[in-house]
Design a protein around this ligand. Structure first.
Ligand SMILES: COC(=O)C(/C=C/C1=C(C)CCCC1(C)C)=C/O[C@H]1C=C(C)C(=O)O1
Ligand code: AKG
Ligand code: FE2
Length: 352
């Protein structure tokens, strides 16, 4: 695989150029509405997690509507200690601010998704994202690569461990709520998923001299069941989702977690809850850090639409496969909107 030379965007930034290298410059149609237009900054639904579990069916109903209409929502009162959130954001920033040679001790090798670098680059022709990433497999333990867990900054790895344990509890609770919102038994997903796979990725987007020409992160849907994203306060607005063919910016609520439905829930619900294409854009003066958790079934679990979502008016839309097969397919293809899910989609027959 020849991925060519991949410039580190933080190093490019140091040159203080007013232009960006060609490999970052996108076609005009790809870039559509990168410059944020205030008419497309709707607020995604807000779910108060503390209300669920006290028999508040109204909030479950709101959740059902958020999942079905948006595929994205922001969660408040999620129970993760604000000091822990602040700590991981600070250590995450300290990590990215280190000299390149320190970060390269944890280099992401071509074709892999763990460590520091740019994931999902498979050819020297591919456009690059204006982003540096640092990703780690968390659970089950066998997906961990101990060599990639940083010794600097001090306590970073320990903090990742604590943070991911707390976020895992939020994923578990959310999946119980989502099951209820679908009229299913609360425990159905945890029973189906086995020992869930969990990964973390930190995305650092330095300011960019030409935000109108580049993307921070290419459009994609997540292969997970659920994704949870937190973004450092004071950073630029960067996350956009595709709604009714328009890119809509998500305005972060301080302290809230942004949650989105991944491809796995789309398949399990036979398309009732769909994963939504999203991307990140950059800003000329502000940087941005997002910390993202992917939560998915164990690799050996067989997935396919659940019988509850199949009937005459809702025929089967996806085939059965092992999550490990999808995971492999996902990480060996570039981010390309929702195209990755074609792996599971059955051809639709138009009646004659
Ligand atoms: C944009 O998506 C990702 O970077 C990503 C990667 C996740 C992973 C790691 C960073 C290390 C361990 C393996 C794993 C693939 C989970 C997305 O994760 C999604 C994609 C699939 C498939 C999934 O299960 O989670
Ligand atoms: O940084 C963001 O806002 C988007 C991150 C994202 O979509 C991802 O990491 O999968
Ligand atoms: Fe994503």
């Amino acid at each position: 695989m020849n991925v060519g030379h991949i410039d580190d965007v933080q190093e490019l930034r140091k040159i203080e150029s007013t232009t960006v290298p060609d490999r970052f410059v996108r076609d005009v149609d790809e870039i559509k509405s990168v410059i944020q237009d205030s008419s497309f900054t709707e607020h995604v639904p807000i779910i108060d997690l503390s209300k669920i579990g006290n028999g508040n069916y109204n909030e479950i109903f709101n959740l059902a509507s958020a999942c079905q209409e948006w595929g994205f929502f922001q969660v408040i009162n999620h129970g993760v200690d604000a000091r822990l959130v602040e700590k991981i954001e600070k250590l995450g920033m300290d990590f990215f601010m280190q000299p390149l040679e320190e970060k390269l001790k944890y280099k992401m090798l071509p074709g892999t998704v763990q460590g520091y670098g740019q994931a999902f680059v498979f050819s020297d022709q591919q456009k690059l994202d204006w982003c540096n990433m640092f990703a780690l497999g968390i659970q089950p333990h066998f997906i961990r690569n101990p060599k990639l867990w940083p010794t600097n900054p001090l306590n970073f790895s320990e903090c990742i461990d604590t943070y991911t344990r707390e976020i895992r509890k939020v994923c578990e609770k959310l999946l119980r709520c989502i099951a209820m919102s679908l009229g299913l038994r609360a425990q159905i997903f945890e029973e189906t998923f086995g020992e869930a796979v969990q990964a973390i990725r930190m995305n650092y987007y330095p300011p960019c001299p030409r935000p109108d020409l580049v993307l921070g992160l290419s459009p994609h849907s997540d292969g997970s069941a659920l994704t949870i994203l937190q973004q450092k306060e004071g950073g630029s607005v960067g996350l956009q989702l595709l709604k009714d063919n328009n890119w809509v910016s998500i305005i972060p609520i301080p302290g809230a977690l942004v949650v989105n439905i991944g491809d796995t829930l789309e398949v399990l619900t036979n398309g009732r809850y769909k994963s939504v294409e999203h991307r990140a854009v950059t800003n000329m003066v502000k940087d941005r850090l997002s910390i993202v958790t992917f939560y998915a079934p164990s690799y050996e679990v067989e997935l396919g639409p659940m019988p509850e979502f199949i009937d005459e008016s809702n025929p089967v839309q996806y085939r059965n496969y092992l999550h490990g097969e999808y995971s492999k397919h996902y990480v060996t293809n570039k981010l390309q909107g929702k195209r990755t899910l074609d792996f599971a989609k059955l051809a639709t027959h138009i009646p004659v």
